[in-house]
Design a protein around this ligand. Structure first.
Ligand SMILES: [Zn+2]
Length: 686
């Protein structure tokens, strides 16, 4: 038996075709495809994204989004000059800033501006949208006034950004694409088109080792811009950029598994790029390259919360390995592109796993502070997991208003996580349907069928409950297909249409299609029963390729190691043994956590009991969670160190006890990669 954790979520889509698998056929001849743009790629994506604001969060998800608005996302510019003055073309009193207004603040403040404009749009919050437009509109006007050949760094006349500035430039490109999609303001598209029609094709490499940031990440805002503007010069430059000999050579190495375990943010950003070009190039190697990269991450660096390790370089699998919050943001962005291109429900599973777990843990419950790094097990905030003397420094595992106050990328990037998930909860299909791609309480307002406005309200506690009630309200009776994602972990989905049971057997792409004429008040009830699942795997060594970078780590962690662990999932949620906290940096001193999981490996649910109670009136990821698992454990003498985060082998422990596990995202201190007893480990080969 192979450990299942290592093969996290990969599977069906790798085994299948490498070409895009549209979830739907093309639209009928009598009406154009809703949400098709001026230029659609010759190899059409499966889904067409809806503009930011089409999906509005409700319930617990709205509470969380509003916490972000009331906390970091809505106020970051009031807390540090990087965010107060980024992209103004003025000197900034901040680390990594250059006198001409370029350098680190370009990247960090673009992250924030992009997240904040998206959050303002999805919440329909006029005050937040206005606040961010006060920052973005002068940039748009500056570009539109400047000579042809300018860039978003328009205040430096004739400047062609390279290296870090070109990478930061790509982040602003994304913010402006979101602004255009959300507002339809032609001046924004004019600015995007002007910049990208003259952007140098030689914008950077795609080399995954060494941690080199690349301007090649401008490719996705470029191609978005081309799809709206139709300026062929943009497409030509994009294809030239991906076709550079050294770029093409590198991409060809990926399907053979030749990857350098580089800087994880850059890794997640770069591996997306071949697939982003695929709908325009039609070269199947482009899609295969990206799919291969995700598979390689699953096998070598994936942590149970659905995002790879990155401290900041790839650091293998382990209980104290860390993930930078920027990795969570970049993973969700790249996965959302793959979802849009391939249309396979597996990408929805990946996004939910990352969002509901790794997306929640680094934000404080009130969203007034955040943490640069998270790790599966977190026992203290002063050490364990190891505080690094570098990247970003000793504040990396503590919560602070600015994340790590000396390196401000993560406090900028965290603002993109919530709105990007919400934007992708529904997408349009090429047969003029709507697809429920990610679940949670929300309302989508979109055109379907022959362009008829339709509202679909999702009433649910998901993922804290397993029932999703969709109320469909078309402006008038109208025919269109509704596609419902059936998660890969759900074996017995049930669907009722206006109270009558219908088939819930998904297609090969993982969706159930309901094609009919919809009338006001039609109700689809979807039940996605969640069973506890114990995944088992091994803590591995740090990659030897990163030996010099991690020179401060004990030598043992670079030696071959296969330390057994188990983690507990239920639906898309990872569960953890919570260590109570007085605040996100102060764990309770009397907490008991020295346990090995003692589940029954012979049972699919591991003999774990699920207990549910009503959702709280306001959602803040409290430890008093609405879904709790009771799991059997055995206490043992466990004193984890950085070198030995987990025991070498299954342990015996004392008498069997029962502990309560809560969703990982509710915890600030926890165990989520557990040592195991022999009973829990079963027959996994070591
Ligand atoms: Zn970061």
């Amino acid at each position: 038996m192979k450990p299942s954790a290592a093969s996290l979520l990969i599977g069906a889509f790798l085994a299948g075709s490498i070409s895009a698998q549209p979830a739907a056929e093309a639209a009928s001849q009598d009406h154009p495809v809703n949400y098709a743009r001026r230029c659609e790629p010759p190899f059409g994506t499966a889904f067409l994204p809806l503009p930011p604001g089409a999906v509005e969060p409700a319930g617990w998800l709205r509470d969380w989004a509003e916490s972000a608005r009331n906390g970091i996302t809505g106020h970051l510019d009031e807390w540090h000059p990087t965010f107060a003055d980024g992209w103004k073309g003025i000197p900034i009193q901040a680390k990594g800033a250059k006198a001409d207004g370029t350098g680190w603040p370009l990247e960090q403040s673009a992250y924030w501006l992009d997240g904040a404009i998206r959050l303002g749009l999805v919440l329909h919050d006029g005050a937040l949208v206005s606040k961010i437009r006060l920052r973005l509109d002068p940039l748009v006007e500056g570009v539109n006034r400047a000579d042809f050949g300018t860039t978003f760094i328009y205040w430096k006349r004739g400047y062609q950004p390279e290296d870090f500035d070109s990478w930061a430039h790509s982040q602003m490109g994304r913010a402006l694409v979101a602004l255009y999609q959300g507002t339809g303001d032609q001046r924004v598209l004019d600015a995007l088109s002007k910049v990208y029609s003259a952007y140098p094709a030689k914008m950077g490499n795609i080399d995954l080792g060494g941690g080199q940031i690349s301007g090649l990440c401008n490719l996705d805002p470029m191609l978005e811009t081309y799809s709206y503007s139709g300026d062929r010069r943009i497409l030509e430059r994009a294809l030239q950029a991906i076709g550079q000999p050294e770029v093409a050579r590198e991409i060809q190495e990926w399907p053979a598994g030749h990857f350098a375990p580089g800087h994880m943010v850059i890794f997640y950003e770069k591996i997306r790029l071949p697939a982003v070009v695929y709908p325009w190039s039609g070269d199947p190697r482009h899609l295969l390259a990206t799919v291969s990269a995700f598979k390689w991450l699953d096998e070598n660096h994936m942590l149970p919360y659905g995002v790879a390790s990155g401290e900041e370089f790839a650091s293998g699998i382990g209980a104290f390995r860390k993930t930078e919050t920027c990795d969570v943001t970049a993973m969700l962005l790249s996965a959302s592109w793959m979802y849009r291109i391939q249309g396979s429900s597996e990408w929805g599973d990946r996004m939910e796993r990352a969002f509901f777990n790794a997306g929640a843990a680094p934000a404080a419950r009130d969203f007034q502070s955040m943490c640069y790094y998270q790790s599966p097990n977190r026992l203290r905030s002063d050490s364990l997991p190891c505080e690094q003397p570098m990247c970003p420094g000793p504040e990396g595992i503590r919560f602070h208003r600015l994340g790590c106050p000396t390196v401000l990328c993560c406090v900028g990037a965290i603002n993109r996580i919530i709105p990007n998930f919400i934007i992708h909860m529904w997408m349009a299909t090429r047969d003029n349907g709507l697809a429920a791609t990610l679940y949670g309480p929300s309302t989508v307002s979109a055109r379907a069928g022959a362009g008829v406005p339709v509202r679909v309200t999702s009433t649910t506690d998901y993922p804290f409950g397993d029932t999703i009630r969709l109320t469909v309200v078309p402006r008038e009776d109208t025919a269109f297909p509704l596609y419902l994602r059936i998660p890969g972990w759900c074996k017995e989905a049930r669907i009722a249409l206006n109270g009558a049971r219908i088939s819930a057997a998904p297609s090969a792409g993982g969706f159930v299609k309901i094609a009919r004429t919809w009338a006001k008040g039609d109700v689809v009830e979807l039940r996605l029963p969640m069973q506890p699942e114990v995944i088992r795997g091994f803590e591995t060594e740090f990659p030897s390729a990163n030996r010099a970078y991690f020179a401060f780590e004990p030598a043992e962690v670079f030696q071959h190691r296969r330390l057994p662990y188990a983690s507990v999932l239920c639906g898309p949620l990872l569960f953890a043994l919570p260590i109570r906290d007085a605040d996100p940096n102060t764990p309770a001193q009397d907490a008991k956590w020295k346990y090995a999981l003692d589940t029954d490996s012979g049972r699919s649910d591991g003999n774990i009991v699920v207990m549910r109670k009503p959702m709280p009136a306001h959602w803040d990821w409290s430890l008093d969670a609405p879904v709790v698992l009771e799991a059997p454990v055995r206490a043992f003498d466990w004193n984890p160190t950085d070198a030995n985060a987990l025991p070498d082998n299954p342990v015996e422990g004392t008498a069997s006890e029962t502990v309560r596990l809560v969703p990982y995202g509710c915890t600030k201190f926890r165990i989520s990669m557990f040592p195991v007893t022999a009973a829990a480990w079963g027959s996994v080969q070591q």
